[in-house]
Design a protein around this ligand. Sequence first.
Ligand SMILES: *[C@@H]1O[C@H](CO)[C@@H](O)[C@H](O)[C@H]1NC(C)=O
Length: 964
Amino acid sequence: MRVSSTPSSQWTALFVLVSTLCTLFTPAVSVKYENFKTCDQAGFCKRNRAYADTAAATSSWKAPYALTSDSLSWKNGQLKGTILKTINHNGETVRLPITISFLESGSARVTIDEEKRQKGDIELRHNSIARKERYNEVEDWTIIGGLELSKNAVESREGEKTTVTYGPEGKFEAVITFAPFGIDFKRDHATQIKFNDRGLLNMEHWRPKIEKSQPEKKEGEDETPTHEVTSGEDESTWWDESYGGSTDSKPKGPESVSLDITFPGYDHVFGIPEHAGPLSLRETRGGTGAHTDPYRLYNADVFEYIMDSPMTLYGAIPFMQAHRKDSTVGVFWMNAAETWIDIIKQKEAHNPLSLGIGSATDTKTHWFSESGLIDVFVFLGPTPKDVTKAYGELTGYTQLPQEFAIAYHQCRWNYNSDEDVKDVDRKMSKHQIPYDVIWLDIEYTDDKQYFTWDPLTFPNPIGMLEHLDKSDRKLVAIIDPHIKNKEGYQVVKELKEKDLAVHNKDGNIYEGWCWPGSSHWVDCFNPDAIKWWVGLFKYNAFKSLPNLFIWNDMNEPSVFNGPETTMPKDNLHHGNWEHRDVHNVNGLTFVNATYQAMLERKKGELRRPFVLTRSYYAGSQRMGAMWTGDNQANWDHLAAGFPMIINNGIAGFPFAGADVGGFFGNPEKDLLARWYQAGAFYPFFRGHAHIDTRRREPYLVGDPYMGIITQALRLRYALLPAWYTAFHEASVDGTPILRPHYFMYPSDEAGFAIDDQFFVGSTGLLAKPVVTEGATSVDIYIPDNEVYYDYFDFTKYEGQGHKTIQAPLEKIPLLMQGGHIIPRKDRPRRSSGLMKWDPYTLVVVISKNGMASGELYVDDGETFDYESGAYIRRAFEYKDGVLESRNLGTKGKLTDKYLKTMKSVGVERVIIVGAPKAWEGKSSVKAAGKDAALEFHAEEGGKAAWAVVRRPQVAIGEDWKIEF
Ligand SMILES: *[C@@H]1O[C@H](CO)[C@@H](O)[C@H](O)[C@H]1NC(C)=O
């Protein structure tokens, strides 16, 4: 969270203090653009854009990078060699070792390094103690598998190129051209992805600074760029850079890496979160609706961010998918330094051979990072699911959360005392509003010292946690990476004594400002720091109970007086890696440590951790949930939520949500009601509010809003079995939870850019929550000729195209696609934990051809026992008048024991939507051989016929049949 324009008095004090330290930091109504760099203000961004312009303007442009054919060696699916970069007219070269790996999974990886730096054969300026290599440890944090090399890949060299055939049934090829170096990745002989097609490959090699005599500088004058260098390059940002009053000492000089990646015939690209904007990424260098700056990835505390912008936000996943009719491919640019991505779409005259396989548009992307390696993974699809699955094999699939974590979370900055918490809890219960988790922001601590409780306002945390536990409710408390620098605070004392904090460029403990005032930052790149951090969460160290979980905020990291509100790039982490090299993965390492701590709070108590993070990188999906940071209570921010959450989901991190109600400002009641209706479809569903806002717990909003909000919450709770099943699916193969149109209908070009409606998991639920003020209907796009039914009243919609759905304030536009079976639990309870033994309702949604099928995944919702088989996985199928439940699970050590505990959990109701007319007059069915009552409702107006089977007395974990 972040301070806003109207700080309460207690914040004003801090404000004045910080403001005097840092002139950038002034109250604002909206994001301060000037706090964050444009491309022109980031030296390497400007240099690489200029490089691209020079290449484009030079008709005979030839990239000065050549792979030497005699350096090439092929072994076990890996091609190794050396690229020579020609650096001047005398033909002097720099050696860049390259490894191209072809993986068993069908993915390929291209890694380019710099030999001199590998060998440590360089000198750093300013007596820096930073590492000399290019940062090569991102993968230790990001990659967890999928690196086995292909056994079937075959190389065949021929003249000035070599071709490697690889992938499933040898359908993929990489054609590597030597001079200039470039790679064409093909599937079924057609080029899908091209590296260095435009010749923008650039690795700024290490060079010594040559002091030149310069004309006398006049007092107060800016340093003038020196253009007279042999290379003709603009050196003005090579050696140091100043921004907003801080100077980056850049001990290694210029070291950026860059590559152009072209997707021929592809007109949409998605991914590279986190940005506020449409799912289908815009052009950044000309074209209609183009942005002027590239998309930026540099995790930062950008509060009250603006809409439809390529500006950086809190998280970074440099994974992009390109999509055209019937083909999806992707790249993962594994680099943790500041990164920018330019996108151009160009109409191209394709050669006749490739006609008909794509659009006439090429999407051309240009990636540049400030430091590190060029390390890119290539995924050739052909389906969106193939691409997300392959990416997840490398970076991991989403954590299967505890079930409470996907229920509703009630948060605000702040609940003021343990009595306040209990009071909110009691009122939610009294008004029969379900919720699972109440949250505490920074004020619960004693003077912003994490792992302590304010003795005046939270004198009895254990009593509070016990109180919540009575309704199976949880508490989440915030713990941030900044540790208050204060005499007598045990945590900071240990941090300093054990030397586990991030260092400044001189190797001393770095000091900066955050919520507690003067602070130090724990360095979770350091294994000893992780070990120490884990110890801080033990119950004897942090007074708490097992129903307390953790929120990691401000982990970009946010530093109030730092450049761009974060750490100086020349700070040093464990192993003396510069902060510059690791910035985007920094937040992940902190969450990783917290996740480990949650696993080890007490021996023998193994529960799945829940950690919410604001900053993230590729791989963060393994550790918990993210939210979209400090949004505003207005309709634009409500609308921005879905594209952002959907985009995060296709980038491998689906456990995502936005602050319901809007963090800053006071939402009008209709906005709040609509936001809860939308939030009921966020994978991570949390209401949150700034300290200066009025209280807005759902029971405070009055009628009819409280009722509308309660209905939205109950809808979420009723559908928890379906949501949990979708999370299970995401956790085993990376399929997103909110599925955008292109993902479900990769052939339907009319829907590729749709990002305001989506399917929920595999349920066939198609939602388009209202996100515009005053709307009383929405237009929903139906992608196929299947029949769709309104979720609430079974109104039928048929035929592909746009349909209008009435949506007065109390109504969520939600359709059920024919052909699915949706599991629900319909009994209202205070929390999801109390629903554990409740019976199921199955909603059978009959397709046009009279069939339906669906899946259910169930486990204890808490432990890791599912890994030993303690789960239920069922396939339901309706066909020819018979509904059948079949086992899909495989047997493990704990299967039988678990099934025994679930024996009494049954199905209390089956609802058949679109029931056959022939059932009219029928009053019973055979359920597992016994009679059960059937109730039939004939078609009426535009509403489909439906039927209900009551109390069929079949168990959820067993095979059975219901015969109609
Ligand atoms: C945390 O990082 C360590 C490596 O330091 C890794 O072994 C572990 O799997 C990570 N945890 C998660 C949940 O990814």
